[in-house]
Design a protein around this ligand. Structure first.
Ligand code: 5RP
Length: 219
């Protein structure tokens, strides 16, 4: 089974977790694109969605799924999103698609964060995938220097601007032995909008598609 088939399988399995008539939080990325396609097949049983990016909003609307402003939403039972890396403890690196800030905001509001991933995303230790950080443009160099002090090697994502008008620094060579502590330290650097470590609020459920079938882990 190729990686796309596994992504599609994880995305389809997530449909079992969507309550009828609910507003569902929708993340960003190629795995989520499969989820949006699957969601479209049962849109008559949905109130609508809140979205973590302009790209997902466009895809949701094209599928005929209403997209709401998060500020008008009181309850969000589930948020479905992918990850770049995830551990057995359900801490993640996210932001490969640059949408980490809105993703973390929607995740904060949601009762349950359900991560959909293929088996390649499950890692014993986070950090092989460069950690994305969204930064205010004028703080780029200062933030980069502070990250170097913490042992990381920041690389500017060239020619890329986030949906919020900011920049992404991808941090290489980080040894992420304590993801909660590192998330706290990186988030505290002035000029950082959001850090792509999702450890303080990890996923609640992982739907992992493997060549041996779907495996579910709960936090
Ligand atoms: C986007 C993300 C995605 O969830 C992450 O990059 C995984 O993407 P894909 O499903 O394409 O592998 O955090 O900002």
């Amino acid at each position: 089974m190729d990686q796309d088939a596994l992504k599609r399988a994880a995305a389809h399995a997530a449909l079992d977790y969507i309550p009828d008539d609910a507003v569902v939080g929708v993340g960003t990325g190629s795995t989520v694109n499969f989820f949006i396609d699957a969601l479209a097949t049962r849109k008559h049983r949905l109130a609508g969605a809140v979205s973590s990016s302009e790209v997902s909003t466009t895809r949701l609307k094209a599928a005929g799924i209403p997209v709401f402003d998060l500020n008008g939403i009181q309850e969000l039972p589930v948020y479905i999103d992918g990850a770049d890396e995830i551990t057995s403890g359900l801490a993640m690196i996210k932001g490969g698609g640059g949408a980490l800030t809105r993703e973390k905001i929607v995740a904060a509001v949601a009762e349950k964060f359900i991560c959909i991933a293929d088996q390649k995303k499950l890692v014993p230790l986070l950090g092989r995938f460069p950690l994305p950080m969204e930064v205010i443009p004028m703080a780029r160099s200062y933030v980069a220097r502070e990250i170097v002090k913490l042992g990381g090697q920041p690389v500017l994502r060239e020619g890329y601007t986030t949906d919020n008008g900011n920049l992404i620094l991808d941090i290489h060579n980080l040894q992420i032995l304590n993801p909660i502590d590192l998330e706290t330290r990186l988030s505290a650097i002035t000029g950082v909008v959001m850090c792509g470590l999702f450890a303080r609020r990890p996923a609640d459920i992982l739907i992992l598609a493997t060549t041996d079938g779907i495996k579910i882990s709960q936090h």
